[in-house]
Design a protein around this ligand. Sequence first.
Ligand code: 13P
Length: 259
Amino acid sequence: MARHRKPLIAGNWKMNLGLAESEALAKQIKSSLPETPHCDIALFAPFTALGAVRAVVSSTPIWLGAQNVFWEKSGPFTGEISALQLKDAGCQAVLIGHSERRVIFGEKSADLRKKIGAVLDVGLFPVLCVGETLQEHQAQKAREVITSQIQEAIAEFTRQKLKSLTIAYEPVWAIGTGKTATPGQAQGMHDFIRNRLAALFDNEFSLQTRIIYGGSVKTDNIDALMAEPDIDGVLVGGESLKADSFIRIINFARRAIHV
Ligand code: 13P
């Protein structure tokens, strides 16, 4: 069956890389790309490197992304950054509710809902991260957890408003652990998420929404992951810090979607 959704290959650099390293990595990725890539590519750089990466990717199809945002427009919120400031810095996309934000910084669904609203209001693309912990996974609660994470974050919006939404399924037990969900496990959850989206909104919305996978994505599992019908791309942590690996991930994806 033809894929309706253009794949998104995204790198989440997390709290890594200085200015020179960020610039060098972005340049290497840029120089490896064809003029019209087969997929969308996003680099979620640290706040401090947004300017440097923007200078490299501004006239390319690579999206600049931020890893977090605050929902207020401006004001006395020391240490926070608004959606408008991110747009001003050249961002096109924002990660919302990465599991490290949920687990380490206690972000709750109510916060994420406000962040999604703020991001959509200024015309940026939200990438909502969802995923179950190891404990929830072992207790067979993954589906229940994912259902409430999605529902609480997006149910209040209209499907028109959520047109640019991407969902990233990142099982917490697979992040940075070297343990990957098998392509079959990931496909099963992506299919489940798509069905939840259909139940919350409608079929058309569920078919147009990109659902990407994250958690120990590497050069040797990208092909099998991308071959699954409901895996519309990947969000890569550790391997996105190495130019060669990330470029190979982009290229493996290309091969996979052409077969
Ligand atoms: P790793 O690819 O290092 O497991 O990280 C995944 C992730 O958290 C991407 O957002």
